[in-house]
Write a protein that binds this ligand. Structure first.
Ligand code: ACO
Length: 331
């Protein structure tokens, strides 16, 4: 077996649909207003994948192609492809297998990870373990969600929140001290079902009733999830700093899951970080579930410096939450 090395992020790709759904558009669809959405969530617009014949695998594959282009590697060099998503094209086969065939990564093996808004973080550490063990040299980690496929556009409490998109990173053995240094992952069964999609699984398979009762859409008790998310995301972010002896000055960037600007602010406050060290693009894309964190990395990649300390943090359905300490390897 090869020598153990850290896993470094060596390229970032993304895909965002062209079509924009603004707060003003939503005012025409449900009883809401731009001011309420902006002040309660920080969101101004989201992207929506309109093409009926395209979904999560398409967006993931587009992000993957950009990634390969950026790094100048061919698809057949990829060993593993992991897709984090809660909106797979099908319940099976895995969306990762569809991405694999679309990009023609014939030597890879592929699987999906389901951890809602923490999916990208779980997938990233899973991918890092393949590199650290020496069993893989190139692992593609993709977060892709077509949330518009499970959003009820008659429910104002959820339809204002979500958007579609995909982000992807490549993991390779690090050549120096940079890479994924540490992580904390947590989960807890949300037995009260405060954030879930009631039907379409094995407990409530699709039938006339489930469709009539709109049970194939995401449902959320926003207040309950908000409280859990605010505490959970701040706790793990503070914990990973303590565990690694990082002060606020040592942290270059917080890369938070983009669910609500107020949750992001609470996490940054607990970490003692100024706003200018926090990646925020929720205003442009809303909550794209598994794609938020790689989309932040994509948008900020030119501002990042080699050796920068990044804290990635997320909270999502499950419940699932976690944080990752990354020393940036690019630039
Ligand atoms: N426009 C106008 N008013 C609204 C809207 C809307 N779109 N939605 C709700 N309201 C009203 C409510 O009816 C309520 O009115 P009432 O007081 O008369 O009953 C009032 O606004 C306040 O409602 P709350 O639900 O308490 O509003 P809150 O401030 O909590 O914001 C939100 C709601 C934005 C959903 C927030 O709770 C939230 O962000 N929750 C967490 C989301 C999250 O982190 N999810 C996890 C990740 S997602 C994943 O894992 C897939």
């Amino acid at each position: 077996m090869a020598e153990t090395k850290r896993a470094a992020i060596t390229a970032v790709g993304h895909y965002l649909p062209e079509n924009r759904l603004t707060n003003h558009d939503l005012e025409q669809m449900v009883e809401t207003d731009d001011e309420w959405i902006r002040t309660r969530t920080g969101i101004e617009e989201r992207r929506i994948l309109k093409d009926e014949d395209k979904a999560t695998a398409f967006m993931g594959a587009e992000a993957a192609k950009e990634l390969l282009d950026q790094r100048g590697v061919s698809a057949d060099e990829i060993d593993v492809i992991i897709v984090a998503t809660v909106t797979p094209d099908y319940l099976f086969p895995a969306t990762a297998c569809l991405v694999q065939s679309e990009i023609e990564a014939g030597n890879a093996y592929s699987f999906d990870v389901s951890a809602a808004c923490s999916g990208f973080l779980y997938a990233l550490t899973t991918g890092a373990n393949f590199i650290e063990s020496g069993r893989a040299q190139k692992v593609m980690v993709i977060g892709s969600d077509k949330m518009s496929s499970i959003v009820d556009y008659t429910d104002r409490s959820t339809c204002i929140l979500f958007g579609d998109g995909a982000g992807a990173v490549l993991l390779e053995p690090s050549e120096d001290e940079t890479g994924i240094i540490d992580y904390i992952h947590r989960s807890e069964g949300d037995t009260n079902l405060s954030l879930y999609q009631p039907a379409g699984g094995s407990l409530n398979p699709a039938n006339e009733e489930t469709v009539k009762n709109r049970l194939h859409y995401a449902k959320q008790d926003g207040r309950t999830v908000f409280k859990k998310a605010t505490v959970g995301m701040a706790d793990v972010s503070e914990e990973i700093m303590d565990k690694n002896d990082l002060s606020a000055d040592d942290v270059a960037w917080l890369v938070p899951h983009q669910a609500n600007l107020r949750i992001i602010d609470a996490t940054a406050n607990r970490m003692g970080l100024d706003k200018d060290k926090v990646m925020v693009n929720i205003d442009k894309y809303g909550n794209t579930t598994a794609a938020t964190i790689p989309l932040c990395l994509y948008d900020w990649q030119n501002k990042l410096e080699h050796g920068d300390n990044l804290i990635l943090a997320a909270f999502g359905g499950g419940y699932t939450w976690g944080s990752i300490y990354v020393k940036w390897a690019l630039n």
